[in-house]
Design a protein around this ligand. Structure first.
Ligand code: SF4
Length: 290
């Protein structure tokens, strides 16, 4: 039987987001007319992250051409629209927020010839041009080799691409254009390239995956060169999305974290409320050395 979505376990309760730093970040984001994945994906850590002065910028609009069964982002056709001022506005917001670590991500933009890779690269260059440039992390779609090269050439410190779910669940839960093996290939290409940064990926748990399937995914991610691993609980955004099959208890996340570190990941963030960009700066610092 599936758990009742209205009766979440106590470990999933989050504090209401507020406080002066939270309001300052919200103000900077709103003033620049930007989107954050924190808002669009209804991230449970928004209060903690914004309160700590960090935010993950959602480039290329808030409409995704795909539409995965677990994701709250709106699906549609942006019709090739790109806002040429976005890279500059993101850099202005990062500057005014005084961020030392900036995370950039985007929806999938299959309506663009390069999938939006050029906008990632332009935003990275704007950030590098700031008087005090932040460390940068990009969480990209499943870019083809040429578009991946475009992003890597702009020199992010961390490149993330999410595997999202175990292999068996991929065709059931991700958009049909995604593939488990093709996502691994993105990570593999980045880690084998001359770029030299850190590769990161995430898995959602609680969607019906079996322990041995999670174990195999960890091995696949390691073999693809992933050094930072993120494991979080899937939460159903609306009743139209895939149901939660299990609320994974915190102890099991802790066990996976220990297992991940034992197998060779340099940094593992795992917990019911953990998401890809959670404590991203700390993960980078740990993930680049050792
Ligand atoms: S491609 Fe990414 S942003 Fe689009 S629906 Fe899937 S998970 Fe969400």
């Amino acid at each position: 039987m599936l758990p009742d979505p209205h009766r979440k376990p106590p470990w999933l309760k989050v504090k209401v987001a507020d406080g002066p730093r939270y309001r300052a970040v919200r103000h900077a984001v709103t003033r620049q007319g930007l989107h954050t994945v924190c808002q669009e994906a209804r991230c449970p850590n928004q209060g903690e992250c914004w309160g700590a002065g960090t935010a993950t910028f959602l480039l290329l609009g808030e409409v995704c051409t795909r539409g995965c069964h677990f994701c709250a982002v709106t699906r549609g056709d942006p019709g090739g629209a790109v806002d040429a001022s976005e890279p500059r506005r993101v850099a202005d917001a990062v500057h005014s927020m005084g961020l030392e670590y900036a995370v950039l991500t985007s929806v999938s933009r299959d309506d663009l010839p390069d999938g939006g890779a050029g906008v990632f690269a332009a935003t990275l260059r704007e950030l590098q041009g700031l008087a005090t440039p932040p460390r940068t992390e990009v969480l990209i779609p499943d870019y083809a080799r040429r578009d991946l090269d475009t992003v890597l050439a702009a020199g992010p410190d961390v490149l993330a691409h999410n595997l999202e779910v175990v292999e068996r669940l991929t065709p059931l839960l991700r958009h049909r254009r995604f593939g488990y093996r093709s996502s691994l290939a993105v990570l593999q290409r980045a880690s084998a390239s001359a770029w030299g940064g850190v590769v990161k990926s995430s898995l959602l748990l609680g969607l019906g995956e079996r322990e041995e399937e999670v174990s195999r995914s960890l091995d696949d991610l390691l073999a693809a060169g992933t050094r930072i691993l993120v494991l979080g609980q899937y939460l159903q955004p609306t009743r139209e999305h895939a149901p939660v099959v299990e609320y994974v208890p915190p102890e099991r996340f802790e066990r996976w974290a220990e297992e991940g570190r034992r197998r060779g990941f340099r940094y593992v963030a795992a917990g019911p409320l953990v998401r890809t960009s959670y404590r991203a700066a700390e993960a980078f610092t740990s993930g680049r050395c050792g």
